[in-house]
Design a protein around this ligand. Structure first.
Ligand code: GLY
Ligand code: MN
Ligand code: MN
Length: 455
């Protein structure tokens, strides 16, 4: 059932090259001094049950700085003999382990195919670190990722021995390098955009397939299986975050992931699902009527959300504050609900953060940075004021309205009972018009009504 959709996907992009990783490392290291030791740790493996682990996914900073994906890795940068050295510690080759669990590049593979100067076995990470700590002045490590590294660094900094008193050796401070890396990750390069476009295209097609397969009585998990099945069929590593597939009142629960109810033809289904490709996330939400035709009431709400989303996308322009799309979306949503009589305040009153009624039906932000993490890194207000958008930044635009008739805290209008609608796209800020990476995913009422149930 996936062949036709697969044929329509673009070519897979080339993987990020060693030269690009080298450029990133140079850009990062140009911000440090001789005497700095920078340690990038990967998250440890996590057990799921008895001897089964969760599928491993390395930390995004590790992926960004060198692209190493296997567990137990640590990347260190230090200055030696007039130059910066990148040193990666990896699981060593081990035939028995490889027979059971899969091939490993090992130290030799790391040196040959990855953008690093040195590589050693992960068994030697702590010995090398201890040695490097002795000769460093400042150590830059994000604590809380690898407890063994944390405790070694902590004891090196706390050491007050005679050697330090005489020779001044050993780190005197610990800093977190992740903010500097986040500043780099916030602005996507052309190579990164290609990976993100592919994740976006596969995700868009997956939503379209789910629309086509929708029919009365189908269960949420059956639709989920189509979406996630195509993520894998399309050659991605699967979902970037657990899929939200909620029909009827479940569509009004923002992070609903149970996905086990049957769907009725007169209900709206809300699906928030995106694939991860080469570590990069897509993040799409679409909402449609299971039966293929919007009721008048559903249409009224859908049109307001779509209008708000289109206006917010148009606000994703260089020089606008990052939260401009949010403000634009809030205004359009408030205008729509005042027009429908759902809100009996003025638009200005409805928007008030304390007493305004918009927040009863729209309670989240309109977007977030997107990249290696679905809620990607990058400070929103670096010096207390909203950051201005720059070309290369990617953010989601995802307004919604949620009328949960089950909620005891609000008086839900009967006409809109249990309608939950969110429309989410991934937008690249450019020097020209906003570039919607997920633009091929259908979202107009006409397109949705044509596609839903067409399988
Ligand atoms: N999928 C999570 C979000 O939209 O933020
Ligand atoms: Mn999102
Ligand atoms: Mn989402």
């Amino acid at each position: 059932m996936f062949d036709a959709a697969f044929e329509e996907l673009p070519e897979k992009p080339l993987a990020i090259s060693k030269a690009v990783y080298r450029q990133r490392q140079q850009r990062l290291l140009s911000q440090f001094d001789v005497g700095d030791l920078i340690v990038i740790s990967a998250l440890p493996e996590a057990r799921r049950s008895n001897d089964v682990h969760y599928p491993y996914r390395s930390s995004s900073d590790m992926l960004y700085m060198c692209g190493w994906t296997d567990p137990e890795s640590t990347l260190m940068f230090y200055y030696e003999d007039g130059q910066w050295i990148s040193h990666l510690f990896v699981q060593p080759k081990d035939t028995l382990m490889e027979i059971w669990e899969g091939r490993r590049p090992g130290v030799e593979g790391a040196l040959k195919d990855w953008a690093v100067d040195r590589a050693d076995s992960s068994d030697e990470t702590l010995i090398h670190l201890e040695h490097l700590l002795e000769s460093s002045v400042r150590v830059h490590v994000r604590t809380g990722i690898n407890p063994k590294i944390d405790s070694l660094v902590k004891s090196a900094v706390e050491k007050r021995d005679r050697k330090r008193q005489h020779f001044g050796s050993g780190p005197i401070s610990v800093e977190d390098p992740s903010r500097r890396i986040a500043e780099m990750r916030l602005r996507k390069s052309e190579e990164e955009i290609l990976q993100m476009r592919y994740a976006a295209e596969v995700s868009s097609k997956a939503h379209e397939l789910a629309m086509a397969a929708s029919k009365d009585g189908i269960h949420e998990f059956q639709i989920q299986s189509i979406i996630e099945g195509f993520f894998v069929y399309g050659g991605t590593s699967g979902w970037a975050y657990p899929s939200i597939v909620g029909c009827g009142e479940n569509a009004t629960i923002l992070h609903y992931t149970v996905n086990n109810s049957p769907c009725d033809s007169n209900e709206i289904i809300l699906i928030d699902a995106g694939a991860e490709y080469e570590g990069y996330a897509a993040d799409i939400t679409r909402s449609w009527p299971i039966g293929g035709t919007f009721s008048e009431a559903q249409k009224e709400i859908y049109e307001i959300v779509l209008d708000a989303q289109e206006k917010a996308i148009d606000a994703c322009r260089v020089g606008n504050p990052y939260n401009e799309p949010h403000e634009v979306a809030r205004k359009a949503l408030a205008e729509g609900l005042v027009r429908l009589g759902v809100i009996k305040q003025s638009v200005e009153e409805a928007l008030d953060m304390e007493s305004g009624e918009l927040k009863k039906w729209y309670m989240h932000n309109t977007g977030h940075w997107l990249g290696l993490d679905v809620h990607d890194v990058g400070t929103y207000k670096p010096d207390g004021t909203p950051r201005l958008l720059e070309a290369g930044m990617v953010l989601t635009v995802e307004p919604g309205l949620y009328f949960g008739a089950w909620r005891p805290d609000v008086d839900c209008p009967q006409r809109y009972a249990n309608i939950g609608i969110r429309i989410e796209d991934d937008v690249l800020v450019t020097d020209g018009d906003p570039d919607v990476l997920t633009g091929s995913c259908p979202k107009t009422i006409d397109d949705i009504e044509r596609i839903v149930g067409s399988l």
